[in-house]
Design a protein around this ligand. Structure first.
Ligand SMILES: Cc1ncc(COP(=O)(O)O)c(C=O)c1O
Length: 376
């Protein structure tokens, strides 16, 4: 038998989540954010699954865009960070990409370039995230210069990113919005502002385009979920099995450092999954897993290839029983990746993007046959 750990990717769930994002913002178009290999889900498979419903995609770098183009994806692709060196402009033009411009050197490089066809440009505004982007005043100047160079740049948009759209306290979000609304009105510019939390919970941020990322994969980014975020469906199920079972008397420790100690006679299941697969070593005792579709908890430190769970209250569990680290169990029970992330003192984004290449991806639904062969 092959090692049982697998990442099952449900492309129908991806399509469901994408449609949910669209239904919340009927006057916007939604860029599907597929950077970081579609948050660990496989960018090519996800792009193919969305190709008939998403008008455009977004990635972080030329390399990610090339991967999509080489797989035959012809949809517009936005480079969210633009180019990293001026020489990349040739490939931006050749591949028909759309690019963000966030700094002076990118602006000057573009204005000095002679593309065969003008390049669609999204001017990035720093409205308060203080990561990438022009101040609103500098963005206005960049906008005017690009408008005056229609042979270089076309389809100008303003984009910006929110620092706190996920929070219950909307104070800082509103400050960012006020700056963006003022600039957008001055320039009569189409806006692209909303990430997943703003798509889900801040309709005032819905612009000509939105940029949902993590919600497409079924994770709820909101500090306090809402009615819609509860309808997101998990796309990745990280699934394995029990490979050994131990009966231990009370007082016996389990795993490295003996962190977990049996407080009663206990049955411990050993699961084929560890930090060498990307399962977070920071997971504390008590981190939930599903065993045979029932909740159990991590007992002991995560090892490289294995982890241990307390099966004492699940007597039917045995060698071969299904273990879901996050996602949907065979009986339909769901363990959200967000809940697991909280036990690892992290966010779903790191868990999803952290699943390592040695974990085979198996695709279901979307445009692929059931039973899912990996994308070519
Ligand atoms: C510029 C930009 N837009 C959109 C997104 C998507 O954000 P989320 O995954 O929270 O929807 C990201 C993600 O980090 C981003 O950096």
């Amino acid at each position: 038998m092959a090692r049982p750990l697998i990442a099952d990717i449900d492309l129908d769930a991806l399509r469901h989540n994408y449609r949910l994002a669209c239904s919340l913002a009927p006057h916007s178009r939604a860029l599907a954010v597929l950077k970081a290999d579609a948050y660990g889900h496989g960018a090519v498979a996800c792009a193919r699954a969305l190709a008939d419903i998403a008008p455009a995609l977004a990635v972080a770098s030329i390399e990610e865009a090339v991967t999509l183009r080489e797989a035959g994806i012809t949809l517009p692709v936005v480079l969210l960070e633009g180019i990293f060196e001026a020489e990349e402009l040739d490939r931006v033009a050749d591949l028909g990409l759309w690019m963000a411009v966030h700094s002076d050197w990118q602006l000057e490089a573009l204005l000095a370039y002679r593309p065969a066809r003008p390049i669609p440009v999204w001017i990035k505004v720093d409205s308060g995230m203080h990561r990438l982007g022009f101040t609103p005043e500098a963005a206005e100047a960049a906008w005017r210069r690009l408008r005056a160079a229609p042979d270089r740049a076309c389809d100008l948009h303003l984009m910006s990113h929110f620092a706190t759209a996920d929070r219950v306290d909307t104070g800082y979000f509103r400050q960012q919005m006020a700056r963006l609304e003022a600039l957008g009105e001055r320039l009569a510019a189409p806006l692209c502002l909303a990430n997943s939390p703003a798509t889900l919970a801040r309709p005032e941020a819905h612009g000509a385009w939105n940029r949902p990322g993590v919600m497409l994969y079924g994770s709820d980014p909101l500090e306090a979920g809402n009615e819609t975020s509860l309808r997101l469906a998990p796309v990745m199920t990280l699934r394995s099995a029990i490979i050994a079972v131990r009966d231990l008397p009370a007082g016996e420790p389990v795993g490295y450092g003996g962190r977990w100690v049996a407080s009663r006679p206990s049955r411990i299941g050993v699961v084929a999954a560890g930090y060498g697969d990307g399962y977070d070593r920071h997971a504390v005792d008590g981190t939930p897993v599903l065993v045979a579709g029932r909740r159990a908890t991590l007992a002991g430190k995560v090892s490289m290839d294995m982890l241990t769970v307390d099966l004492t209250d699940i007597p039917e569990a045995d060698v071969g029983s299904e273990v879901v680290l996050w996602g949907r169990a065979a009986n339909g029970e769901v363990l959200g990746v967000d809940e697991v992330a909280r036990h690892c003192d992290t966010i779903s984004y790191t868990l999803l993007t952290g699943v390592l290449p040695r974990v085979p991806r198996r695709y279901h639904g979307g445009h692929l046959d059931q039973g899912g062969s990996p994308p070519r």
